[in-house]
Design a protein around this ligand. Sequence first.
Ligand SMILES: Nc1ncnc2c1ncn2[C@@H]1O[C@H](COP(=O)(O)OP(=O)(O)O)[C@@H](O)[C@H]1O
Ligand SMILES: [Mg+2]
Length: 332
Amino acid sequence: MSKRVRVAVLLGGRSSEHEISLESARSVLQALDPERYDVATVAIRRDGRWELGTGDDGSVAETLPVPTDKVPATLGEVDVVFPVLHGPFGEDGTVQGLLELAGVPYVGAGVLGSALAMDKDVFKAVMRDRGIPVTRNITIRKGGKPQNPFGFPVFVKPARLGSSVGISKVSSPDELPAALDAAFEHDPLVIVEAMAHGLELECSVIGNSHPEASQPGEIVLRSDWYDYEAKYTPGGMELVVPARISDPARARVQALAVETFVRVGCSGLARVDFFVDGDEVLVNELNTMPGFTPTSVYAKLWQASGLPYPDLVDRLCELAVARLERERAYRF
Ligand SMILES: Nc1ncnc2c1ncn2[C@@H]1O[C@H](COP(=O)(O)OP(=O)(O)O)[C@@H](O)[C@H]1O
Ligand SMILES: [Mg+2]
């Protein structure tokens, strides 16, 4: 991209990951070189209303931003949108659908890939069908009978959320009903999942049709599992890069990260999370818009793999434009 590029950064959003989005977006805004980019920000409030600017000036739009003399009239008038939004109504295909309708390039996965990765039950079903090894699970609908065919411990999770919200590790039958109730507070669909053993690993992926995997990193915890506190308390987690696994296991993680990215139909970026027990590698989940500050795992893994944060942001904007150009070549 040689001419100045107009970027709209979407930030905030309706999910419980609103604050995390603000942090990610602040980092993206800082990394966008003012020599090359004209940047507009669109803040989505917790109540779902959209505001131009960072939300301090109070210019409220109903569902789409209104124009001012400084800001483009519609999202369709920018060169690329960077939806730095995590969780439901941001990372789940909803905002992506709006951007498809607007016909504007945007960073990250499209409608189906975003929705698929957001739903842990459907994600695992599709990955199993594609031969990608995932943890075993059953699904329970609200009002359904509590059950667990796996023995203990198991993990109980809302099907469509993130940041470990609503998740419990359940060690005995009498804890199961309360764990299900806690998960049903967030979603009418809950999964009960067999516990995986070994190390927790994460691997960053970037690209469109020829994605590349970063060096995988190992998540070292003080807590028993990677809960909300461990994720968002400084020092709650230590990222060890390179991960202390065998070379074949490392190669398998990287190959599965790329394979999962392709099978979900991702574009731009994703972080794929794993459990690795010796030679056994299981995919846990794929995040289409992982935490995106320079100290987030996604960026740290690329830093360790030779791709610094500002280059990452440039590359993702380029990939967004390239994807839309490619898609426009198809007739429908
Ligand atoms: N099947 C499992 N076996 C072992 N640990 C698990 C399992 N499922 C979840 N966990 C633990 O819970 C954390 C959060 O679960 P995850 O499915 O990644 O949800 P989220 O989308 O909220 O990150 C994981 O990072 C891991 O520490
Ligand atoms: Mg996770």
